[in-house]
Write a protein that binds this ligand. Structure first.
Ligand code: B12
Ligand code: SF4
Length: 525
């Protein structure tokens, strides 16, 4: 049987990274079936397009995965597939919480023939075999022989064959420049950001978050060896195609068990498996100097920190009191000292937010090392404690907001400002943090650093700007380039000077810290 796994586009930006679930399920598919992958973010497709694809390729089963914000598109695509007579199975965080909606048991239209609840690592092979026999069941739940929920331990993690997967749709280097860039240094003909997980689960239970409910509060890890082997595979692939490969460790809190994270990073260093990487780590775990040394030494470049708010009352409200705004600056300085920078994520529209929250937050951000601030609105995702609290209080203005997705729009009333005021605050955050002046300032703040770092922060800022400001066509890009021409000319002028790139960061930072070096040697012996 031929299977199509499809992830809908998010309708706003093109995602810069493929979704792991597709590669994972492909690797877990029993032999004898062929699996095709289409990520709508990389290959845009509409309803007629997917129906045509399914017919032309003689697909026998379609699997669709989606977060809440893409679910409306996911349902439309599922309807189009089902109209061709091909069954659809849906999975992922949204349908796990809203299975009745997907199956049409809530009075609405049925969109899926089957729903895979929760982590589908163990149920997927069963789903495929049932579909091949024409005996799909409505619901697949990950349970053991006694009917108890069971979660994969991750100790037996499948090998994702990165060396042979068709990754053409995920090359971030424009086709026209690829051949020329292949010849630069070790080669830049391709640049890909690949998702890798080293563990699942987070016990913190922040009120707005799906993760603790979905993956559970029991944290599970892959073996160091399996993660290291995956990185080595990715590095080999990059080398073979004269390109670059960076990794996003998609664990919800990559350092949730600091001892284990250190041991993984040491093993990565010892095996020479360093790649440039990004990971999500909460601020409280970045107090540990040795951890931060190891992050830098193992290739860590950007850390995503869910700061959420600079107001401790807000943090307490959403059960994230372990975040201490008073230490944010110190944490960011600690990272910047090692040339590691942060993606700092803020949520506006919290219950204690008042008009002016954007300016207050930006005021702090301006005093920090340069990073990539992002701003969102508090969103009640289905089945989260936040959703239940707001529903009970009668504060949901669009209880099924996902049925008509509107980017950057609230679905409940904040307590101390209006919805429109909250929207204006988010707008101000993005406008000011990504203005040409702010970009120039971020670049200048690294004037004492090699040129490579300044180019890096500039390019990252330009890309992150696209999360809020649509930059889909050539015209939109031309406008951004024109607005930032002064900074661009300055960087180009410097780049053309003889020796400008000397002292630029090594592709992989050398182990600078003697303690780390010592540990790495111990790990090898
Ligand atoms: C990586 C990631 C991203 C990436 C993008 C996704 C990507 N390209 O990988 C980035 C950083 C861009 C991102 C952004 C956002 N994200 Co995000 N992200 C994640 C994260 C950390 C990991 C996803 C992952 O790969 N997990 C590991 C895989 C193996 O798990 P999985 O995807 O759930 O798949 C398993 C099952 O769900 C199931 N399954 C999944 N799909 C399918 C399909 C079929 C057919 C079947 C059978 C089974 C199945 O099987 C898989 C194996 O067990 C998750 C949290 C998490 N730990 O999952 C949040 C998460 C998915 N994100 C979330 C959110 C809210 C967002 C944002 C909206 C945040 C924001 N406020 O801006 C944005 C919007 C993204 C956008 N514009 O499209 C929420 C989604 C909640 C929900 N109900 O939808 C999550 C769960 C985190 C949270 N805080 O609650 N995100
Ligand atoms: S720390 Fe992050 S992953 Fe964990 S519950 Fe809070 S928001 Fe979710």
């Amino acid at each position: 049987m031929k299977i199509l796994l499809y992830n809908p586009d998010n309708g706003v930006t093109r995602n810069f990274m493929p979704h792991l679930w597709m590669f994972l399920l492909q690797a877990l598919t029993p032999p004898g079936h062929e699996v095709l992958l289409v990520d709508g973010n990389a290959q845009s497709m509409d309803e007629a397009g997917i129906a045509r694809f399914v017919r032309d390729n003689k697909i026998g089963l379609v699997g669709i995965g989606a977060m809440t914000r893409m679910i409306a598109k996911a349902y439309r695509m599922a309807d189009a597939v089902r109209a061709t007579g091909v069954p659809v199975v849906m999975g992922g965080p949204h349908v796990t919480e809203m299975a009745d909606e997907a199956l049409g048991r809530d009075g609405g239209q049925r969109h899926a023939d089957a729903v895979a609840l929760g982590e589908a690592d163990a149920t997927w092979p069963r789903i495929v075999e049932d579909a091949a026999r024409g005996e799909l069941k409505d619901v697949y739940a990950p349970v053991d022989a006694f009917g108890q929920e069971s979660k994969p331990s991750l100790k037996e993690y499948p090998v994702i064959p990165w060396q042979s997967i068709d990754l053409n749709q995920f090359n971030l280097v424009p086709k026209a420049a690829s051949a020329m860039l292949q010849k630069i240094g070790e080669g830049w003909g391709t640049f890909r950001l690949i998702p890798v997980e080293s563990g699942r689960g987070c016990p913190y239970g922040c009120e707005f978050c799906t993760v603790t409910g979905f993956f559970g509060d029991s944290i599970r890890f892959r073996t160091n060896e399996s993660v290291v082997n995956e990185l080595l595979l990715l590095k080999a692939r990059a080398r073979s195609e004269k390109g670059q490969m960076a990794v996003f460790f998609i664990d919800d809190n990559f350092a949730i068990n600091i001892k284990r994270t250190k041991s993984l990073l040491l093993d990565i260093i010892a095996a020479g498996a360093q790649v440039h990487w990004v990971a999500q780590i909460s601020a409280n775990l970045l107090r540990d100097e040795e951890l931060v040394d190891l992050i830098a030494a193992s290739g860590g470049k950007w850390i995503f920190i869910g700061m959420e708010s600079i107001d401790p009352a807000n943090l307490k409200d959403v059960n994230k009191g372990f975040n201490k705004p008073g230490e944010y600056a110190e944490v960011l300085e600690r990272l910047a000292l090692r040339n590691v920078y942060a993606i700092t994520s803020f949520i506006f529209g919290m219950d204690n937010d008042t008009v002016g929250v954007a300016e207050r937050t930006l005021g702090q951000v301006r005093t920090w090392p340069p990073g990539l601030p992002i701003f969102g609105l508090l969103t009640p995702l289905p089945a989260t404690p936040l959703y239940k609290r707001l529903e009970t209080a009668g504060r949901l203005t669009r209880p099924k907001h996902w049925q008509e997705f509107i980017p950057f729009a609230m679905a409940h009333t904040p307590l101390k400002m209006t919805i429109e005021e909250a929207h204006a605050e988010v707008n101000q955050g993005w406008v000011e943090a990504y203005s040409p002046e702010a970009l120039a300032h971020a670049v200048e703040s690294l004037n004492d650093q090699p040129l490579g770092y300044r180019v890096n922060i500039f390019l990252a800022r330009i890309c992150f700007r696209g999360i809020y400001f649509p930059m889909m066509g050539k015209m939109a890009w031309m406008r951004v380039i024109a607005q930032n021409r002064r900074t661009i000319f300055k960087l180009v002028r410097e780049g053309l000077k003889a020796g400008a790139w000397r002292g630029a960061p090594a592709r992989i930072p050398a182990i600078a810290n003697p303690a780390v070096e010592r540990n790495a040697q111990t790990a090898q012996s």
